[in-house]
Design a protein around this ligand. Structure first.
Ligand SMILES: O=C(O)CCC(=O)C(=O)O
Ligand SMILES: [Fe+2]
Length: 191
């Protein structure tokens, strides 16, 4: 992993699997300040609820998170993710997911997903055009900042924290999330 990751979750939740990896679930009690940070987040976001945290530690500018969306089923269709940052400020990038017929690769490049019938030269030009046309939104996440992703952000957008050679010091990021059990998802559907 290009950064250190720690997972905290309430007991009895379905296990989280992302990128083919199932992190060990630490308990909230292991690190009491987490509950104080959660209280501050809930004060800013009345009515929201969270039962887990994915904590990231970027030891320096060469630690990063590549383009992804947090669209695992355990978070439900419209997850709310509250992201709190401490330490070195870093850029957080958002861009729309590629439209149909194109797919995002692990490097965040765009490639035609169907072979198509165009000659390769034409196809690769199209790919280049699309990737440069992709408008990115840049947010500088400062010490103590709170960024909230909700609605269809995970369905429709990708986000990343790219390498920055000038970012020399450590950054800690906590993403508060709500894991919904399959039974409560059914209840919500039935309402
Ligand atoms: O460090 C950040 O600001 C983003 C982290 C992130 O995207 C994630 O944990 O899924
Ligand atoms: Fe994420």
């Amino acid at each position: 992993c290009p950064r250190d990751v720690c997972y905290i979750a309430e007991e009895g939740l379905p296990s989280l699997v992302y990128s083919g990896f199932q992190p060990y679930a630490h308990s909230w009690e292991e690190f009491p300040p987490l509950k104080d940070i959660l209280a501050a987040v809930l004060k800013a976001l009345p009515g929201s609820s969270f039962n887990s945290i994915l904590l990231n530690r970027y030891k320096g500018g060469s630690d990063y998170v590549s383009w992804h969306s947090d669209d695992e089923k355990v978070y439900g269709p419209t997850p709310e993710i509250a992201s709190v940052s401490f330490g070195c400020e870093r850029e957080f990038l958002l861009k729309r997911k590629p439209s149909k017929g194109f797919r995002a690769t692990s490097k965040g490049l765009l490639m035609a997903s169907s072979s198509g019938d165009e000659p390769p030269s034409k196809r690769s030009k199209k790919v280049t055009d699309l990737s440069t046309d992709q408008q990115q939104h840049v947010f500088t996440l400062k010490h103590g900042s709170l960024l909230v992703m909700r609605g269809y952000t995970q369905r429709d957008w990708l986000h990343s924290v790219p390498k920055r050679t000038k970012a020399e010091s450590i950054r800690i990021n906590l993403t508060f999330r709500l894991l919904v059990s399959s039974s409560s998802r059914c209840e919500q559907k039935g309402k």
